[in-house]
Ligand binder design. Structure first.
Ligand code: HEM
Length: 432
């Protein structure tokens, strides 16, 4: 909003005369945000079109008004999104989302408990006690688990595709400025190539399953969607499952890497988790997650201190207000769960890792805890994720002593997803 307009724009740092705040932000994103928060308060401008919001109520307001006053930005490119297109895509997604939701609820998630544990055992077992890159290992686990959840017996090609998808989006998360999609860069070409390959592969699986049934009845999400009434077009089934695969892969892997870091740094906690799981008998069946309050508290605390989705973007669909501030169509609002989760106004000892705060009754978090977002676009996989993360936390502690040469120095990286950079670990049998 220019000075001549009636609406109010928040103040903010001016930055470099030509490049604005981008270089300073990209050099140390969370440092920049902390300084801006300290100096300008809960809402401040990054540039003429971008506002950072660290106020919990305004954050929830923007999330609650998504699909109406705001759209979610989908493209990884820095060009202005086509707001009408994003709104239409949002409407189509919401309809598919309502159909798929029951396939991701708590009881559907619980049904795959044993498979979750088997996949974890296989992935960790393949390292044979050697040192591994933790994020890569956790991605191998989540890729397999999510691929099977969605595509059951037809999932063999999917983990590699998921890994390629993460690889090609990495350059777009490392810097805030992006060249437009048409710019002839190798990374842009590669991005579209992987996108095409993913769509073709998933479409092929959907069509074959629709045509042949492949050993029906299956109890995967594809079977669930093919059964929907009214019938979903193949293209919508493919796009819905593609969205779920993408959401269910990199983000939970980032959270699990943070869990591993805490286990490596806290042998006492690992021992308590082992006791909760009923001892270290290798090969023992996993304890049902419903009876793992400590493991669940550890997961909640990890998601508080290291929310993988540490930043969420909304784009104003129309001219609108957020609190006292005016936004024009196309303005971006960046919401920051990380800083809300560490704000001493809402949390006691905010920087301290303390799973106990989640035991003996949930703390009164209100709008101040949002690792899964909020509003109509809240994470659709949150029940599955909590179940999966709780089981994995318990299982790792039960079966292994987790050792890391760099747990203390592997600091969280504020790039696409928040996770400890370069964390390495060994998973060894515990001393009995
Ligand atoms: C630790 C685990 C997870 C965390 C912290 C997490 C977090 C989030 C957050 C914060 C959002 C909202 C983003 C926004 O509003 O801009 C989101 C959306 C989403 N998540 Fe998750 N997620 C996790 C696991 C999963 C899993 C396991 C799946 C699928 C099986 C999944 C699928 C999705 C999808 C499809 C969306 C988009 C929803 C929509 O736009 O309507 N997530 N997630």
């Amino acid at each position: 909003m220019t000075n001549g307009d009636k609406g109010r724009r928040p103040a903010g740092p001016r930055g470099h005369w030509l490049l604005g705040n981008t270089p300073e932000y990209d050099a140390d994103r969370i440092g920049f945000l902390r300084r801006g928060h300290h100096r300008y308060g809960d809402v401040f401008s990054f540039d003429e079109r971008t506002v950072f919001v660290i106020d919990p109520k305004l954050t929830h307001d923007a999330l609650a008004r998504t699909n109406h006053s705001f759209v979610t930005e989908l493209a990884p490119f820095g060009t202005r999104p086509d707001i009408d297109l994003a709104a239409r895509q949002g409407d189509a997604w919401m309809s598919a989302r309502r159909t798929v939701w029951p396939g991701l609820n708590h009881s559907a998630a619980t049904a795959v408990d044993h498979r979750t544990v088997d996949i974890l055992d296989t992935v960790i077992g393949s390292a044979a006690g050697g040192e591994v890159d933790v994020l890569t290992t956790m991605r191998a686990f989540t890729a397999q688990a999510t691929a099977e959840y969605c595509f059951g017996p037809d999932s063999a090609d999917i983990p590699r595709l998921l890994s390629d998808n993460l690889e090609v989006t990495r350059p777009f998360t490392a810097a805030s400025y992006q060249f437009p999609a048409w710019f002839p860069l190798r990374r842009n070409r590669r991005f579209f190539q992987v996108h095409r390959e993913t769509v073709e592969t998933l479409t092929g699986i959907v069509r074959r399953r629709r045509a042949t049934g492949v050993g029906a009845p299956q109890d995967d999400l594809l079977a669930f969607l093919l059964d929907a009434d009214p019938a979903m077009p193949d293209r919508t089934v493919m796009a819905t499952l593609r969205g779920i695969l993408m959401g269910g892969h990199g983000v939970p892997a980032a959270a699990l890497a943070s869990v591993v870091r805490e286990l490596a740094a806290r042998p006492r906690l690992t021992a308590d988790l082992r006791d909760e799981a009923g001892g270290s008998a290798s090969g023992a069946k996993a304890t049902p997650a419903a009876r793992l309050p400590l493991a669940e508290a550890v997961v909640k605390e990890v998601l508080r201190l290291y929310p993988p989705v540490w930043l969420m973007t909304r784009t104003a669909r129309t001219a609108t207000n957020l609190g006292d501030w005016s936004l024009r169509p196309g303005d971006d609002v960046l919401l920051n769960p990380y800083l809300i989760h560490r704000d001493p106004r809402w949390w006691q000892r905010p920087d301290e890792f303390d799973p106990d705060r989640w035991l003996n009754g949930r703390p009164a978090t209100g709008t101040t805890y949002l690792p899964f977002g909020a509003g109509p676009r809240v994470c659709i996989g949150s029940a599955l994720a909590m179940r999966q993360l709780t089981l994995v936390t318990s299982r790792l502690a039960q079966r292994f002593a987790v050792e890391s040469p760099n747990a203390a120095s592997a600091v969280p990286a504020f790039l696409g997803r928040l996770s400890p950079t370069g964390l390495r670990a060994r998973f060894r049998p515990p001393n009995r």
